[in-house]
Design a protein around this ligand. Structure first.
Ligand code: 3PG
Ligand code: MG
Length: 392
């Protein structure tokens, strides 16, 4: 892998810089700027080197269609303030954009192309699209570790057409995660939550042989509760997962890994409701399960107490409503209490998990926090990430 930090002559070089600025947005307001803050080093590095920077990023999943709610505009404005420099958002059709259309103002140093997922070619890892993008620049830099599990044009295929380098944040993430995987101390507990059920269930299976406890919370847990015959009301859950879940339990037995899931829950009649703790069998047809209950919180705290390493990805509940953030906050506080006394090695990853840690101001009390969610899990699982493979 070649690193951008080692490159000498970058003056006037056009750098196509893939970043992950997929920050949580609500009505154009940035709810958590961590991902923007983390890429300031690479931006400042390239500014100092007098490069011409063309930023590529995505927000959300517009599925190849223009969606103004998912414009990079608020991110450009946020970055502009942080670096005290004009950042121009190019809204022109990328497919029609030519090299000579860019940087006509000699003072201009950093521009953004609009949300790359407005183009279906991005997720298709399209060769011609990648080739076209490559013509805009001289070199490519991937500083989006958190997108590197996606075989997309601006992450993977682009490297076929430009000399490609790892960015500063990507380098930091990989080095930290490599260290974690080689120096990990048992017992290891993985807390896994969030709503992306089908994507994570495979990962859980691969974690079983390596870990001592796997605690499943968040939306995913509903699928398990439902499988075990508990009512889950209107909660998010996934169908047709029975064989996957059976497989998880069987594999866990074989490797003596404990699978932990909620023993009680917090429900609401809507996402805006106040939390009400219920036993599993008390969940009504019109309830949404939106957090773990108090007994579950205590059970998880006991497991954290007995662990040497904690990996955490995905909140325990719908933390956007403070009434359903208790489970996530209590988990975070328990980990921090042990981390502060060096009694545990703690790693957290994922945009939502970071948002939880920021809400209670404990992000700096973890040993390592990855901006990546899916990529973080897949890396820990030992999978080769398409974006990383392409740089190697
Ligand atoms: C993330 O938020 O995990 C990354 O930005 C990747 O987004 P995706 O899961 O929509 O591919
Ligand atoms: Mg995400």
């Amino acid at each position: 892998m070649k690193y951008i930090k080692d490159l000498e002559n970058l003056s006037e070089k056009r750098v196509l810089l893939r970043l992950d600025l997929n920050v949580p947005l609500k009505n154009g307001i940035i709810l958590d700027p961590t991902r923007i803050n983390k890429i300031l080093p690479v931006i400042n590095f390239l500014i100092k080197k007098k490069s011409k920077i063309i930023v590529i990023s995505h927000i959300g999943r517009p599925k190849g269609k223009i969606n103004e709610d998912l414009s990079l505009k608020p991110i450009c404005e946020n970055l502009e303030k942080k670096i005290n420099q004009k950042v121009n958002l190019i809204k022109d059709d990328i497919l029609k954009l030519k090299r000579d259309d860019l940087f006509n103002d000699s003072k201009e140093q950093i521009i953004f192309l609009e949300n790359i997922r407005f183009y279906e070619e991005e997720e298709l890892n399209d060769t011609n699209f990648s080739k076209h993008l490559s013509k805009l620049a001289d070199i490519f830099v991937n500083d989006a570790f958190s997108c590197s599990h996606r075989a997309h044009a601006s992450v993977n295929k682009i490297t076929k057409f430009l000399p490609s380098y790892a960015g500063l944040q990507l380098e930091t993430e990989i080095k930290a995660l490599k260290k974690v995987t080689t120096e990990i101390k048992k017992p290891i507990t993985c807390i896994i939550g969030g709503s992306k059920i089908s994507t994570k269930i495979g990962i859980i299976k691969n974690f079983i042989p390596k870990f001592d406890n796997i605690i499943i919370v968040g939306g995913m847990a509903n699928t398990i509760l439902n499988y075990l015959g508990n009512p889950v009301g209107k909660s998010i859950k996934e169908d047709n997962c029975n064989s996957v879940i059976e497989n998880i339990f069987e594999t866990a037995k074989k490797y003596s890994c404990k699978i932990v899931y909620p023993v009680d829950v917090a429900v609401g009649k809507s996402f805006k409701d106040k939390s009400k703790i219920k036993e599993l069998n008390e969940v009504n047809n019109d309830d949404y399960i939106l957090d773990i209950g108090l007994k579950t919180i205590n059970k998880i705290k006991d497991i954290i107490e007995g662990s040497e390493t904690i990996l955490w990805n995905g909140p325990a509940g719908y933390f956007e409503n403070p009434s359903f953030a208790l489970g996530s906050y209590e988990i975070a506080k328990k980990i921090v209490e042990k981390s502060k006394n060096n009694l545990i090695y703690s790693i957290a990853g994922g945009g939502d998990t970071i948002a939880v840690l920021n809400q209670i101001n404990v992000i700096n009390n973890f040993n390592f926090v990855s901006t990546a969610g899916g990529a973080f899990l897949e890396y820990l699982e030992g999978r080769e990430l398409p974006g990383i493979k392409a740089l190697n």
